[in-house]
Design a protein. Structure first.
Length: 158
């Protein structure tokens, strides 16, 4: 691997981790306060599980972004990048909506849009790099679970 590729890989992973960090600025303060007071469904995981899962998913997202970035000549390159950044922004906004604004319904609307954006990102990424698309599948699965959890939290606490 060339030095430029290593730098692109590091930059891609760091960008995704920064997105996760930005979301955590809204999430972390709300966990022991507002979130602790919510009625939760029986399948609500323990709080400690979220951080390692998200860190891992953001690493996979970063590697996926790097694999897309390596193929700028591909006809779907720009489309894949656009969807990637749309889903990244929606991911950050979910933390703002759900935890920052304490609006589970707005979080639910956002996470549905996020799920669609991830699916479109996967579809377009697969065309640029099969591995880039496959690396996003765990993310789609986790966001599917998170959407169910978000819906349940909204329903139980409306």
């Amino acid at each position: 691997m060339k030095i430029i590729d290593i730098l692109k890989l590091v930059a891609s992973v760091m960008l995704c981790q920064v997105a996760g960090f930005l979301g955590s600025l809204f999430t972390t303060p709300a966990i022991p306060t507002w979130y602790a007071t919510l009625k939760k469904p029986f399948f609500n995981p323990p709080n400690w599980i979220f951080s390692p899962v998200w860190i891992s998913l953001f690493i996979l997202m970063g590697i996926s972004l790097f694999l897309i970035w390596r193929n700028p000549g591909h006809p779907k390159f720009k489309t894949a990048l656009i969807f990637f950044f749309v889903q990244l922004i929606l991911n950050i906004f979910w933390s703002v909506a759900f935890f920052g604004l304490r609006l589970p319904l707005l979080g639910l609307i956002d996470i549905i849009l996020l799920w669609i954006a991830i699916l479109l990102t996967i579809q377009n990424s697969l065309k640029v790099s099969k591995m880039a698309g496959l690396l996003l599948l765990p993310y789609l699965l986790w966001v599917s679970f998170a959407a169910l959890l978000n819906f349940s939290l909204w329903f139980l606490n409306r």
